[in-house]
Ligand binder design. Structure first.
Ligand code: SAM
Length: 442
């Protein structure tokens, strides 16, 4: 039998003293609870007679510790969630893959019994090598021109609920050690070698690895009043080598049906260029200082990406451009297309088009192909549909469809493809002409 992490010689002495059953003494290894019997009995007592919010909070203060770091945990109101949680270690087998998990019992029961096959990635498009002071990085081995190209498809090695409840007979460090110990021996060395750059002395190795590499994923989960309580973190060995950039060229998406993560391009990438994603929501930050401070707080590193490394003069221009993109995106939600429609198409549509073209150009220069980009290209598609300009409509609708594809909005992407092939099925098609005969498309 494979020696688990807790059974290694190094940990034998510790496990002999462990306040929870070890793998040696408890045969039903996949069903072990994080709850000590005393805690469970205390819980049942509370449940049996019904509890007041005050009692439950008091119980939570004594028994539950939640980290303050938003990366790994969230504060959860115990009256909404805490008392019903049962975390279980279980290894999920997907064909040749085995994934070590620590999940809520109900989440485990809601996972599909059969997973659909994941998509296929482009062959030999990337390589792993040094990215200088950033450590390892991933690089393109060829020009990748098409957007939405799949560069990597990967299953996680471990998945854990992001609210880590402790003091149920096992400390958080022990729980993570156990979780990592259950990762198949063939991949465990690679997991333990992942980046673990967290503030010195703050976490044990397993937690530091989780904090540096975990990706938030959504699994089917029971409806709870605090949905964040049902968020999950997963570690993917290859994706973990992707560095952060404030001008990312890929996006990652997890699909629970195939239990796989895909890395897709969001813009063309040249041979030799580093493949980079954004660790933060770039629509929330515009200036370098805002981004740096967020990355420092959440990820504990000073960003060395291409944008942040620009000269002072260049970064000032970049900051201004990003502030403009933010303003134009806010403006685009209501005006000017909306205003033009309210006026029943009597305004100057060319002005609307010019507005969105400027925004798209600013986005291109800054490499910000995320949410605001979709807003502007889809509005351009509407404008050209209204004008019945078939070439421009297909081009902008194609760009909007790329965004739908890399965001895994499959139904939307299919609908958009139908619009591209049959433009007259698009509700805005010929709007300019139709308002003259006072017909409204929407
Ligand atoms: C998920 S790992 C990425 C791969 C990592 N470079 C490695 O060697 O495995 C995240 C860590 O990489 C480094 N890193 C990623 N992006 C960076 C950036 N833009 N600037 C500086 N360091 C970065 C930080 O140390 C961060 O904690």
């Amino acid at each position: 039998m494979r020696r688990g992490f807790l059974q290694s010689r190094k940990h034998e002495a510790a496990s002999a003293r462990a306040p929870y059953p070890t793998r040696n003494t408890k045969p039903d290894r996949d069903e072990r609870r994080l709850f000590a019997d005393d805690d469970l009995r205390a819980l049942q007592r509370i449940d049996a007679r019904g509890y007041t919010v005050k009692e439950l909070r008091a119980w939570g203060r004594k028994n539950v510790r939640l980290s303050d770091d938003p990366c790994m945990s969230a504060r959860v109101d115990l009256d909404e969630f805490g008392s019903t949680q049962r975390l279980i270690f279980r290894n999920i087998k997907l064909g040749t893959f085995e994934i070590s998990t620590l999940l809520d019992r109900e989440v485990l029961s809601m996972l599909p019994t059969r997973f659909s096959p994941p998509p296929t990635a482009m062959e030999s498009a990337i390589e792993y090598r040094s990215a200088g002071r950033k450590g390892w990085g991933v690089f393109a081995t060829q020009d990748i021109r098409a957007v939405s190209t799949i560069l990597l498809v990967e299953r996680p090695v471990t998945v854990v609920q992001n609210t880590m409840v402790m003091n149920f007979g096992m400390t958080k460090a022990e729980a993570y050690r156990e979780l990592f110990g259950r990762v198949p021996a063939s991949v465990q060395p690679a997991l333990m070698r992942l980046n673990s750059s967290q503030p010195p002395g703050m976490y044990e190795l397993e937690e530091a690895i989780l904090r540096s590499n975990a990706v938030g994923i959504t699994l089917p989960a029971p409806a709870v009043p605090a949905p964040v309580a049902m968020g999950h973190n997963a570690v993917f060995l290859e994706t973990s080598r992707l560095n952060h950039s404030c001008s990312p060229n890929v996006i990652i998406r997890f699909d629970s049906e195939s239990f796989a993560l895909t890395v897709r391009t969001i813009c063309p990438i040249a041979k030799g260029e580093e493949i980079v994603l954004s660790y933060i929501d770039l629509s929330l930050t515009a200036t370098r200082e805002e981004r740096r401070s967020l990355l420092r707080d959440l990820c504990h590193f000073e960003c060395l990406c291409g944008v942040c490394a620009l000269s002072e003069a260049a970064i000032q221009l970049s900051d201004l451009r990003r502030l403009r993109i933010r303003d134009m995106t806010r403006e685009a939600i209501y005006a000017p297309l909306e205003a033009w429609c309210r006026e029943k198409g009597r305004g100057d549509l060319q002005k609307v088009i010019a507005f969105h073209l400027v925004a798209v150009e600013e986005i291109r220069v800054e490499g910000l192909y995320t949410t605001p980009y979709f807003l502007h290209v889809s509005n351009l598609a509407i404008c050209f549909a209204a004008l019945e300009d078939i070439r421009s409509f297909r081009s902008w609708m194609g760009k909007a469809r790329d965004v739908a594809v890399y965001n895994l909005a499959t139904d939307k992407a299919v609908e958009m493809l139908r619009n591209i092939v049959y433009p007259e099925t698009f509700p805005w098609w010929g709007y300019c002409k139709s308002v003259r005969s006072s017909k409204s498309p929407v």
